[in-house]
Ligand binder design. Structure first.
Ligand code: AGP
Length: 591
């Protein structure tokens, strides 16, 4: 999705803006641009990568500027649609994330009033509205402009004759970075980590003026104070650290992530989650994409360990259920904390009276501010579009939550906790097998279609494996509960449709073995992912990847790492842009 940055201070703005934009590339974008104010407003933008834009730029003097990476929604990716957008005078420049839903109506009105539009974007209307209302006071003009706007926005406005930058937000994240006689603005934290770790999150309805020495924020015309928070992530964590891709680095960070996420909660003497009336009778889990697969694992774990009914719903679907059938406790799972569908579902649940908790990786994210309580995962910044370590951290947080309420006898619970704490070592064992997994992935890379199967808790991991493969290797892949293939998908089985079968050492094992035999009889090559020492699988499947033995409930962790490596090496073999898959964005802030 789009990224925005701004700088005002004592240094030259151009290199800071370009560096911050480069740090936002992980979000996915198709064009970029910057605007600097010194004598006039200079705008440079195009449908190119940030590095290419940087090369094409002259040296621009100025200590105040804004920048943008665009992920096209209204109008094709091209120079005229790239941000920043300006008003008719060229003295006001705007960058914007979000969607203005009534832009067509406003554009028609402003055109009648004599404004000339140069792009097909919804954003340009903001620049013209600010121009319309501007009579020397930029913040008043922005406040008036956003009164006319419907939709979502994080917006930064620059005017040539003003000493401050104006910012505003509604339903789109915006963070201010506080420096020493300089301040930074960004859509998300990694953009500014090279300069500061002191941040202030704007809330919906906030309008602020940022100068080199001050930040003043108002809401409904009244001054408000937003707390300054310290971000624990380092700028190094948001870099590749010698790996070819962020995704591979993030896969390798998982043993550390498991340890850190466990230690976050291990000392808790009380359940880490507050539940209504102190009773946990049912839970509703909500999420999108990979986080939804974590919700499916969570459903299984909560049902297994707590014996309570759990629903796992896609937030994007839940928002359209006619009846908001809720439970006293809901848990939204979102690594970014900014996924529009998940946020909408959280608000809907709150209105319906549910206590809403969030599991998220980003301190201060919108989800954490909507939720009654936030459980933070300790994955560190995740830069690759494909979620890996954040997913593993979500699973660990869910295991810990379930264990903290479990009705297991003390000894069984203790054993499970010990096995949970052994997981970093198990993941290291999987990573030690990386080169063999890479060989299997190269075999997989030859195909255009694949099936993933699993049963029980590992059906969710089959879904995650299939999502990863299509997302980054562009191979069409479908996940099925192993018993479901014969109810239709069998028609597609042939030597050209490999099947990746997750065979957990649990009550589902025999049934999956039977399913593999059925598949083999139809000629599809089978790659099994099975527990070490499972001779029967090795004999039956065409290829086998062994994973270390662990408790069946915890097996999703080791199996997931195999799924991630298979997708990663298949994508590399197919020369796909692993970290920035086409058409995708890290943070999906539109519904
Ligand atoms: C995962 O690899 C995807 N990039 C995507 O499915 C992602 O998990 C989804 O958009 C939800 O994001 P969230 O966890 O930030 O809410």
């Amino acid at each position: 999705m789009c990224g925005i940055v701004g700088y005002i201070g004592k240094r030259q703005a151009q290199p800071i803006l370009l560096n911050s934009l480069a740090r936002l590339e992980y979000r996915g974008y198709d064009s970029c641009g910057i605007a600097l104010a010194s004598s006039g407003v200079a705008v440079y933008k195009d449908a190119v990568r940030v590095a290419e834009l940087a090369k094409s730029l002259p040296h621009l003097e100025g200590t105040v500027g804004i920048g943008h990476t665009r992920w096209a929604t209204h109008g094709a990716p091209c120079q005229k649609n790239a941000h920043p957008h300006t008003d008719c005078t060229g003295k006001i420049a705007v960058v914007h994330n979000g969607v203005i839903t009534n832009y067509q109506q406003l554009t028609n009105q402003l055109t009648k009033e004599g404004h000339k539009f140069l792009s097909e974007t919804d954003t340009e209307v903001i620049a013209h509205l600010v121009e319309k209302y501007y009579s020397g006071n930029l913040v008043d003009a922005v406040e008036n402009a956003i009164r006319d706007i419907e939709g979502s926005y994080a917006v930064i406005v620059l005017a040539e004759d003003k000493p401050g930058i104006v910012v505003a937000r509604k339903d789109s994240p915006l963070v201010l970075g506080i420096g020493d006689r300089e301040n930074f603005i960004a859509s998300d934290v990694p953009a500014i980590l090279d300069y500061t770790n002191r941040v202030m999150y704007l809330e919906d309805g906030d309008v602020g003026v940022v100068t080199p020495d001050s930040v003043s924020i108002r809401r409904d015309g009244k001054e408000v104070v937003r707390e300054t928070q310290k971000i624990l992530w380092s700028s190094e964590e948001a870099k590749k650290g010698g790996y070819e891709h962020f995704m591979l680095k993030e896969i390798h960070e998982q043993p550390r992530v498991i340890r850190d996420t466990i230690s976050e909660y291990v000392l808790a003497t009380e359940p880490v989650l507050a539940v209504p009336d102190g009773r946990l009778d049912s839970v509703l889990l909500l999420a999108c994409g990979t986080s939804y697969h974590a919700a499916l694992v969570g459903k299984y774990v909560f049902e297994e360990l707590l014996g309570i009914p759990v629903r796992a719903e896609l937030a994007s679907e839940f928002n359209y259920f006619r009846n908001c059938l809720t439970t006293p406790l809901s848990i939204a799972i979102t690594q970014s904390g900014e996924t529009a569908d998940t946020l909408k579902a959280m608000k809907r649940l709150k209105e319906a009276g549910s206590r809403v908790a969030a599991i998220t990786n980003v301190v201060g994210s919108t989800a954490s501010r909507i939720a009654h309580q936030t459980i933070y995962t300790r994955a560190g910044p995740e830069m690759s579009v494909a979620a890996t370590k954040s997913f593993i951290a979500q699973l660990v947080a869910l295991y810990w939550l379930a264990l903290s309420f479990s009705r297991l006898d003390a000894r069984t619970a203790l054993e499970l906790k010990m096995k949970l704490r052994q997981l970093p070592e198990k993941v290291i064992e999987v990573l030690d097998n990386e080169s063999r997994i890479a060989e299997h992935a190269e075999f997989l890379a030859k195909y255009e279609d694949a099936f993933y199967i699993g049963r029980g808790i590992n059906y969710a991991i089959a879904m995650e494996g299939a999502l990863k493969l299509k997302e980054i290797a562009y191979i069409h892949s479908e996940a099925y509960a192993a018993g479901e293939l014969k109810h239709g998908p069998f028609a597609l089985l042939s030597k050209d449709t490999p099947v990746i079968a997750i065979v957990a050492d649990d009550s589902t094992r025999e049934a999956v073995l039977t399913n593999i035999k059925e598949i083999k009889a139809r000629g599809s090559p089978v790659l099994a992912v099975a527990a070490e020492g499972d001779e029967a699988i090795t004999e039956l499947a065409d290829f086998t990847i062994s994973v270390p033995d662990t408790d069946p409930v915890l097996s999703p962790i080791v199996n997931t790492v195999v799924m991630q490596l298979l997708a990663y090496y298949a994508a590399r073999k197919r020369k796909c842009p692993v970290d920035f898959p086409r058409n995708l964005a890290k943070c999906v802030t539109v519904e």
